[in-house]
Design a binder for this molecule. Structure first.
Ligand code: CAA
Length: 259
């Protein structure tokens, strides 16, 4: 399938890589880009050969936010009727395989929100995160007030959103927004290494782990623990559990069949 605003490729026959590709606008997000991104994510999610997905951008920008030139002319009625920029946003949340954001350069506004929709963020040391929407007379509209607050806590979320300032990669790592920081030239290697490590583990366990971690944000603790326990016990019904434990006991690498 050909795309206008993204590039799609497969690495090592098992990692789906989606590159945001509007470099002249610093990968500013528009509804068509989000539609293409949603389609590409769904295609990788449905492809049995793929075990993990990476979303990345360019060196200067992961994405500098929703397209301001596009938004400048919108009325409330336009924004509301079109469910502007967020119409395809929930597609990302429905993806069951792990999605890694590999972020270099600016991840601002919707770009930061997109990175936060991914399961974890690996950042180049030149990455800059921020939610500068209040400088434009709006607020973050694709989950920023909620996901940033859960990721970095109220004080830093308030600081970032109310001042509109940018946070460098090291601050983002200290604050827990980012899982690893590497040199820009190592970014894709690091993300691919993480993706391949994930692909090497049992796929059913990976999906279950992702579902269970996400419960931590969507349910009270007791319910989350209950959900985790049910999945934990259920995994003893899989061939992968037999294989993984037999491999450990017999000191050999596991060969998971994802069954
Ligand atoms: N939308 C549209 N175009 C954008 C853009 C955006 N979000 N961000 C950058 N661009 C364009 C610029 O207009 C410029 O285009 P021209 O060359 O045609 O003039 C080009 O990308 C390069 O940008 P700059 O010249 O500004 O580059 P810089 O290095 O001087 O600054 C920057 C980089 C700090 C990221 C700056 O571009 C910037 O502040 N961008 C806007 C960031 C922002 O406010 N994002 C939030 C958007 S609102 C949102 O996302 C809502 C939501 O929650 C969903």
């Amino acid at each position: 399938m050909s795309h206008q605003f993204i590039q799609v490729r497969t690495e090592a026959d098992k990692v789906g890589v989606i590159t945001l590709d509007r470099p002249k606008q610093l990968n500013a997000l528009n509804p068509e880009l989000m539609r293409e991104l949603g389609q590409a994510l769904k295609a990788f999610d449905a492809d049995d050969a793929i075990g993990c997905i990476i979303i990345t951008g360019g060196e200067k920008a992961f994405a500098a936010g929703a397209d301001i030139a596009d938004m400048a002319k919108l009325s409330f009625a336009d924004a509301y009727k079109q469910d502007y920029i967020t119409r395809d946003w929930e597609t990302i949340r429905a993806i069951r395989k792990p999605v890694i954001a590999a972020v270099s350069g600016f991840a601002l506004g919707g770009g930061c929100e997109l990175a936060m929709m991914c399961d974890f963020i690996i950042a180049a040391d030149n990455a800059r995160f921020g939610q500068p929407e209040t400088k434009l007379g709006i607020i973050p509209g694709a989950g920023g007030t909620q996901r940033l607050t859960r990721a970095v806590g109220k004080s830093k979320a308030m600081d970032l959103i109310l001042t509109g300032r940018m946070m460098k990669a090291d601050e983002a790592e200290r604050a827990g927004l980012v899982s690893r920081v590497v040199a820009p030239e190592k970014l894709m290697e690091e993300a691919l290494g993480a993706a391949l490590a994930i692909c090497g583990n049992g796929r059913i366990a990976i999906v279950a782990a992702k579902e269970s971690i996400n419960r931590a944000f969507e349910s009270p603790m007791a319910e989350g623990i209950w959900f985790e326990r049910r999945l934990f016990h259920a995994l003893f019904a899989t061939q992968d559990q037999k294989e993984g434990m037999d491999a450990f006991v017999n000191k050999r690498p596991a060969q998971f069949k994802n069954q």
